[in-house]
Write a protein that binds this ligand. Structure first.
Ligand code: IVH
Length: 668
């Protein structure tokens, strides 16, 4: 390769890597695996070394990818937030050890810990209290996500004990456990929202939400792994981390002190398998020099410390033949291509099917029938096709084409602009969509009808007994008892469950309807403004978008839902069956309730109850919840991090701030 060719390739690589950085850090929607990404970076590094005249300070080999957005205030990191150099090979691990040993002039102790796959966070504490939390950003400045961080239970707002430095910074990874992730995606699927590809993307996306209440409902978690400051308690990483645990931080229990590189290697090989059983995704092991003095001596490159390295596990791959492609229609009408493969052993199981995501993915792979394809088991449970061996392609093999019509009902598919998926628009009559809506309706967070599983719904649907959610309330004992696998007892239980569901409060019924984009939180908000379904059904776009949190997309979806005649009929039937389609009459506050006559503003983030719950508590006790601070305001129920404008207004008007605990004491 001559200089000119190298220059072209270097430029192309930089463009490509920068685009992948944006997809990963800003959009949380990476399109290639970490391994493929690391290969690109490695190629760029090699070229920059070979042709030093092409080096540049803003090359992605020297600067970390940025997660900065316009939505948050940004602050500078007191200590730059570097990345880690990483490797997939034992050889490079040996090189690392050699460099460290040489520079240190002796054998060193290493600390090994799992490498958590989430979004990194840097939190500063002052005088024992959480002061500010920043994302990595571009490594120099980060987005201020303090309000969101305060909703995470495993991050202390106040430090335990009294032996902490006046100021310190602690860094860690924001995560979503696999269980919480599955639950979140299940809920999103039933609402027709785009699914998160893996827990990391879900965690990173959640961290950047503007509504802290939604963040709180997502159950983020955090492991802390790096302490920085001028007066740290100990001279070693290991002891400092144990101290952080005493202060109330969650640190991994799988942290190990290693004497020499061989112990490091045993740790790495142990966790290659064991990590699969952890509650959280990990993608490798981080190896750090234990002594802070030696760390300092080794120093940093522009992008990463020389005293640490990440050993990453390669996703396991197998090569097999593509036999055919099925197009599956999901509960929301989205059509997913699924590959049928010649069975092949991969990571302890036999793989016969793999996800192909969407039409773009098929085009990107340039997939042909009978191709030999590489399948990989990544963070996701379902294996995916990551590449094609085009040299092994048979002559005149046919390219895989996406179906044009719904394989379930024959309707022509549509593709919404800027969305990756094809949808079947036959919302009312496409069988999987009908069954999906019924499943959502009866689910735990919706009407919570026990005794009606996926299989029973399938059966009831096939027998023509249930064709929409309202039909559930027409089911009679004699219909059910005739079904296979339904004994007297389970029929009775089911009927009791159906009867019981009539007590479900209005906001949950609204959620249960399965209106696209109307999740639990949105349903609650809407019910707060439209206390019965008739008022909601006659609301127009303007009235709906006047509500905070309701944008044009949600409003349009609500209007379209009720405009549909069949939906309107379903509502009439539900009403006839006594389903709650209006808010309960507020039980009149006891006259002279503890907050009678008081106007109270709620502001900030809370620990014990949600904002909605506090609103209810205020009303129950005879008070009035008002939104803006005026001279007539009695006091402010102030959570953590209340809005700065409300705070200064309250100060200037001399209005008292009442903490959450104090408020709870007030109402007894
Ligand atoms: S230590 C100077 N320890 O991986 C960097 N990082 O790819 C010190 N990460 O930026 C970081 N688990 O966001 C450290 N146990 C762990 C980690 C960890 C995950 C993240 C972190 C880092 C990134 C590098």
């Amino acid at each position: 390769m001559n200089l000119n060719e190298a220059k072209k390739r270097v430029e192309a690589l930089r463009r490509e890597i920068n685009e992948h950085n944006r997809l990963y850090y800003v959009l949380n929607q990476p399109v290639i695996s970490d391994f493929e990404y690391d290969l690109l970076v490695h190629e760029l590094e090699t070229l920059e070394k070979r042709f030093p005249e092409l080096a540049s300070d803003d090359s992605p080999t020297r600067v970390v990818g940025s997660d900065l957005t316009r939505e948050f205030v940004q602050y500078r990191h007191k200590y730059p937030m570097l990345s880690l150099s990483n490797t997939y090979s034992e050889e490079e691990l040996n090189d690392f050890n050699r460099r460290v040993t040489e520079q240190a002039g002796m054998q060193v102790q290493y600390v090994c810990e799992p490498k958590f796959d989430g979004a990194s966070i840097s939190i500063t504490y002052r005088n024992g209290r959480l002061f500010r939390a920043l994302t990595r950003g571009d490594g120099t400045s980060g987005d201020d996500v303090t309000r969101n961080i305060l909703t995470i239970k495993s991050i202390p707002a106040v430090i335990k004990g009294d032996d902490y430095p006046q100021e310190f910074t602690i860094r860690g990874e924001i995560l979503l456990s696999r269980n919480v992730f599955d639950e979140l995606n299940r809920e999103r699927a039933s609402l027709g929202l785009q699914l998160f590809a893996n827990p990391r993307n879900a965690a990173a996306g959640t961290l950047k939400l503007l509504d802290s209440e939604v963040v709180a409902s997502r159950k983020l978690d955090c492991f802390l792994y790096y302490l920085l400051g001028e007066q740290l308690p100990f001279g070693t990483h290991y002891e400092n981390i144990l101290k952080a645990k005493e202060w109330g931080f969650q640190v991994t229990s799988h942290i190990v002190l290693c004497n020499g590189i061989d112990e490091v290697k045993s740790f790495i090989s142990y966790w290659e398998e064991a990590r699969k059983k952890l509650e959280f995704d990990t993608d490798g092991v981080v190896v750090k020099v234990n002594s802070l003095e030696i760390q300092e001596k080794l120093g940093n490159t522009a992008k990463s410390p020389r005293w640490a390295i990440a050993y990453k596990y390669k996703a396991e791959q197998a090569l097999t033949r593509l036999l055919s492609v099925d197009f599956q229609v999901g509960r929301t009408g989205s059509v997913t291509p699924v590959a049928n493969l010649e069975p092949v052993a991969l990571g302890g199981t036999t793989v016969k099917r793999a996800s192909l995501h969407n039409a773009d993915q098929i085009a990107l792979l340039d997939l042909h029938y009978n191709d030999m394809v590489y399948v990989e088991k990544g963070g996701e449970i379902i294996p995916k096709i990551v590449g094609v061996n085009s040299e092994m392609r048979e002559k005149d093999s046919r390219p895989v084409e996406f179906v044009t019509n719904c394989p379930e009902c024959g309707t022509e598919l549509v593709r919404v602009e800027n969305e990756a998926n094809h949808y079947c628009p036959n919302y009312m009559h496409c069988p999987p969509q009908i069954k999906g809506r019924i499943e959502h309706f009866i689910s735990r967070k919706a009407m919570n009808i026990e005794g009606l599983g996926e299989e029973t719904i399938e059966l009831l649907y096939n027998k023509g007994l249930v064709r929409n959610i309202a039909d559930i309330y027409d089911l009679r004992k004699e219909d059910l008892i005739r079904l296979e696998r339904m004994g007297e007892k389970s029929v009775n239980n089911l009927l009791a469950g159906i009867e019981n569901s009539k007590k479900t409060p209005f906001p949950r019924v609204l959620y249960a309807l399965g209106i696209r984009h109307v999740g639990e939180t949105v349903a609650k908000t809407i019910a707060g403004h439209f206390p019965d379904i008739d008022r909601l059904m006659s609301a127009n776009q303007e009235e709906l978008t006047a509500i905070d949190e309701i944008g044009p997309k949600i409003a349009a979806s609500i209007i379209a839902y009720f405009r549909d005649e069949e939906n309107a009929e379903i509502i009439v039937k539900l009403k006839k069956h006594g389903i709650r389609l209006a808010m309960e009459q507020q039980s009149k506050p006891v006259s002279g309730g503890r907050l009678a006559g008081l106007s109270i503003v709620i502001s900030g983030v809370f620990r014990h109850h949600t904002r909605e719950e506090y609103k209810e508590l205020i009303e129950k006790n005879g008070g009035r919840n008002v939104s803006s601070v005026t001279p007539g305001t009695s006091f402010i129920l102030a959570g953590e991090n209340m809005g700065p404008s409300k705070k200064s207004k309250a100060e200037s008007l001399g209005i008292r701030l009442v903490s959450e605990d104090e408020f709870l004491r007030m109402i007894g």
